[in-house]
Design a protein around this ligand. Structure first.
Ligand SMILES: [Zn+2]
Length: 55
């Protein structure tokens, strides 16, 4: 258990450096006819990111 916590701490340090492990989360929202929004979530720290891409 202690070892697992140690590994998680190391991975979170990567996240703090801005190296996240993005995974697609949820669906895609379209809020205009020209662009769509993709949702990503970091599997390590849980940070969310929305990426707007052209259709
Ligand atoms: Zn992260």
């Amino acid at each position: 258990m202690k070892l697992i916590n140690h590994i998680n701490m190391k991975l979170i340090i990567l996240c703090r450096l801005g190296i996240h492990k993005w995974k697609k989360a949820g669906g895609i929202s379209s809020f205009s006819s020209n662009v769509k929004e993709k949702h990503y979530v970091c599997t390590r720290c849980g940070k969310r990111q929305n990426k707007i891409v052209p259709k």
